[in-house]
Design a binder for this molecule. Structure first.
Ligand code: MSP
Length: 512
């Protein structure tokens, strides 16, 4: 049995979950489910980033203690993931006692080995990013993420000797082509590493910020949020606490991240791991952004799409489907209500929904609601069986290459071929002259549909399970061979699986 360990970034607890956060988490969930359903042992970790200036500011504005503030805020993420059918194995919070202890232990270890030193520092600090910027990194003298002017801060602090690991990191990236993906991001990181790498300021004086993990070697300071947050990937699976569990899951197979946090994950994190003597993750995969009117969705820009609005209107599974189908992994995608409605209507309501409806109606009307016998196969059936038998292999290969949208499209193209098969053989006409032949067509259509639904199950776990019942089948393993659908099995109650979105009404709603 293979193991598969996947992580999402841990989200700032202050933020209200939006489609951007939901996307990374759904992607991790879908990949986890594909691995689980293929028989792998999976650990899927997500959680929240709860220390730092932004959180302490927000808490004091509300007049509550930071921890209380976090306890109240974290529920929004936890509830959202439940709603979105996310099946994570653990939810880590950086305020968890275990996590804090691991951070301290690793800091102490790196300090003892001489890779942390004390020095004076002047730098430009962005509260939004919780990090210092060099002048070179600014765009129009402003933070490139938040387009805000930065404050110069001078203070004595602790520094991590990141520069010492620059060459080792370059060599590692060059020797491991799968370490940073997609390739464009790998080149971006290598480009960044062509400049001399500075050391990393990893502390904040308590006089300025007390909401953080205290340095084990100086109680006047707390740890810089990123040094704290990145370590969740090892503390979440028992580093320094449960050696057996840690050895089982580490190294991570995928750290999924958005391209906005490339440097922290592909430069800070690997050098921290070098210093701590921990092996590198297998792949850090950076996806693009969901844009709204061509701008990145973010709270500060006020252009976020709230997942709840969509879920309430169209259901969870269609939202999961859309996000997986419409983003080419690695590139940006624009989110629009019209784009959503068009995709939903064409793929789900038409291609998939109509096929289920047709099969179910005919089987009910002419075969007493039971799957008919498959008679002898004609050329059409042989073709359907052949492509159905290789579909899982093709789709899974695309998923392993992180081409999720192509994998979905491959399955949907097969669904369209089932529709064409029905159109060509017209079982609704055939039934009048040759009931057995019509039964053969319906069996093959239903079995092909079952295979397709099984492959879409990790993306739409609830709706596909329901539809499988409507054609007399149930959820099985991912690569289920042809012929699992049993003749005589009874169809469950039919219900339109994906009611069409009325475009006029939708446009009206969008305007409101
Ligand atoms: N707390 C840090 C991460 C620490 S990980 C050790 C952080 N949090 S965040 O809440 O701001 O965002 C985290 C992630 O949310 C992004 O990297 C990305 O995965 C996702 N997204 C946030 N906005 C997004 C879009 N508009 N589009 C797609 N994903 C984006 O950074």
């Amino acid at each position: 049995m293979k193991k598969f360990y996947i992580t999402t970034p841990i989200y700032y607890v202050n933020d209200e979950p939006h489609i951007g956060h939901a996307y990374t988490t759904i992607l991790a969930d879908v990949l986890s489910r594909y691995h689980r359903e293929a028989g792998d042992e999976v650990f899927f970790l997500t959680g929240t980033d709860e220390h730092g200036q932004k959180v302490s500011q927000a808490a004091s504005e509300r007049g509550v203690e930071p921890k209380k503030h976090c306890d109240e805020m974290v529920v929004r993420f936890q509830n959202m993931w439940k709603k979105l059918h996310i099946e994570n194995d653990h939810f880590i919070r950086t305020t968890d006692k275990d996590h804090q202890e691991v951070v301290k232990e690793i800091l102490q270890q790196i300090y003892d080995s001489g890779d942390i030193y004390f020095d004076e520092y002047t730098g430009l600090y962005c509260v939004g990013c919780e990090r210092f910027y060099t002048e070179k990194e600014l765009v129009d003298e402003k933070c490139p993420q938040h387009q805000k002017s930065l404050k110069e801060i001078k203070e004595t602090n602790y520094f991590f000797r990141m520069s010492k690991y620059q060459q080792q990191l370059i060599d590692y990236i060059n020797e491991h082509p799968e370490f940073i993906l997609p390739k464009t991001r790998r080149n971006e990181v290598l480009g960044f590493l062509r400049q001399p790498l500075g050391d990393l300021c990893i502390s904040r004086p308590k006089s300025r910020l007390s909401w953080g993990i205290e340095l084990p070697f100086d109680s006047d300071y707390v740890t810089y949020v990123w040094f704290d947050a990145l370590l969740n990937y090892v503390s979440g699976i028992g580093a320094k606490k449960n050696d057996k569990q840690f050895a089982k899951w580490w190294p991570a197979d995928y750290h999924l991240i958005g391209k906005d946090i490339l440097t922290t994950h592909c430069v800070y994190w690997p050098t921290m791991l070098f210093a701590a003597g921990i092996p590198q993750p297998r792949t850090i995969f950076a996806h693009g952004w969901w844009l709204s009117d061509e701008f990145k969705m973010s709270k500060s820009l006020g252009n976020v799409v709230k997942p709840l609005d969509l879920i309430d209107r169209y259901g969870v599974d269609p939202v999961r489907y859309f996000l997986m189908r419409d983003m080419v992994l690695g590139q940006d995608s624009n989110f629009s209500p019209d784009g959503f409605a068009l995709r939903y209507n064409s793929d789900l309501a038409n291609d998939l929904g109509n096929l289920v409806g047709r099969i179910s109606t005919l089987v009910r009307r002419h075969f007493d609601g039971k799957i008919p016998e498959p008679g002898e196969q004609s050329r059409e059936e042989t073709q359907l069986v052949e492509s159905g038998s290789t579909l899982a292999v093709e789709a899974i290969e695309l998923i392993h290459e992180m081409k999720m949208n192509d994998a979905v499209e491959t399955v949907m193209e097969y669904v369209r071929s089932i529709n064409r098969y029905m159109e060509k053989l017209m079982p609704w006409k055939l039934i009048k002259s040759d009931k057995a032949a019509a039964g053969t067509v319906l069996y093959h259509a239903a079995e092909s549909l079952r295979i397709s639904l099984q492959l879409l199950h990790p993306i739409m776990p609830v709706r596909t399970a329901k539809i499988l019942g409507m054609i007399g089948a149930s959820v099985t393993e991912l690569k289920s061979p042809w012929g699992q659908l049993k003749s005589g099995s009874k169809l469950s109650e039919f219900e339109v699986p994906f009611p069409r979105i009325e475009l006029n009404q939708k446009t009206k709603q969008a305007k409101e």
